[in-house]
Write a protein that binds this ligand. Structure first.
Ligand code: AMP
Length: 209
């Protein structure tokens, strides 16, 4: 099964992709995680994309498409994948469709106000990428990851100006992809303001129908 998650930043794509990956035993690839690990390792590619990511901009779309497609192949995921954060532009959607077209595109819908309230209080673990929220999902020990004990940080692109930019990028670059997948009969939409377990059950129901 080839599945793609699409949604605004903070809509819970990563959370749902991880839950689904566990439920279906299909590996999950997050383009943001892959790119952040390149930045952390200070590779040439990482140095090139760092400033785009900090500003909340789309990085070089073709280069990133080639990187993610190579990663899918390298990990033996040509027949079954769960992607989050890719594709993010029409060019990337066409590249994915030409190589390994997704069968299900799951759009997690959230209002801009909900995005801002989620991201402005989001803290995350730079080691294992576990996500917390200062009010609704605080860590057990303040500032420490429950999962691996590393120090929690705020993502540079969760600052107000970058959040605003990411929302603009979503409208300009990602919404056309949503329409493209709707027209090709593969789009399924979910209310991302619902409880994560409830959304997960709805996704499982859809995929097992
Ligand atoms: P995310 O973790 O999905 O919010 O992604 C974080 C940042 O990585 C984005 O704001 C972009 O700068 C970059 N990024 C992630 N996926 C892509 C992609 N498919 N194409 C271009 N840039 C991306």
């Amino acid at each position: 099964m080839r599945i793609v998650f699409i949604g605004k930043p903070g809509s819970g794509k990563g959370t749902q992709a991880k839950l689904l990956s566990k439920a279906l035993s299909i590996p999950h690839l997050s383009s943001g995680e892959i790119l952040r690990s390149e930045v952390k390792a200070q590779t040439e590619f990482g140095k090139r994309i760092k400033s785009y990511m900090e500003r909340g901009e789309i990085g070089p779309e073709k280069l990133i498409a080639d990187t993610i497609l190579a990663c899918i192949e390298r990990n033996g995921l040509a027949n079954s994948y769960i992607l989050d954060g890719f594709p993010r532009t029409m060019l990337q959607a066409h590249e994915l469709d030409a190589a390994l077209p997704p069968e299900f595109v799951l759009h997690l819908k959230l209002t801009d106000d909900d995005v801002i309230s989620r991201l402005s209080k989001r803290i995350f673990c730079p080691s294992c990428e576990m996500i917390y929220h200062e009010e609704s999902k605080p860590p057990k020990i303040s500032g420490k990851c429950d999962n691996c004990g590393s120090g929690l940080i705020r993502r540079p692109d969760d600052q107000p100006h970058a959040i605003e930019r990411r929302l603009e990028v979503f409208s300009k670059e990602v919404l056309p992809i949503v329409e493209y997948f709707r027209q090709t009969g593969r789009l399924h939409e979910f209310d991302a303001s619902e409880e994560p377990r409830k959304i997960h059950s709805k996704i499982i129901n859809l995929l097992s129908a």
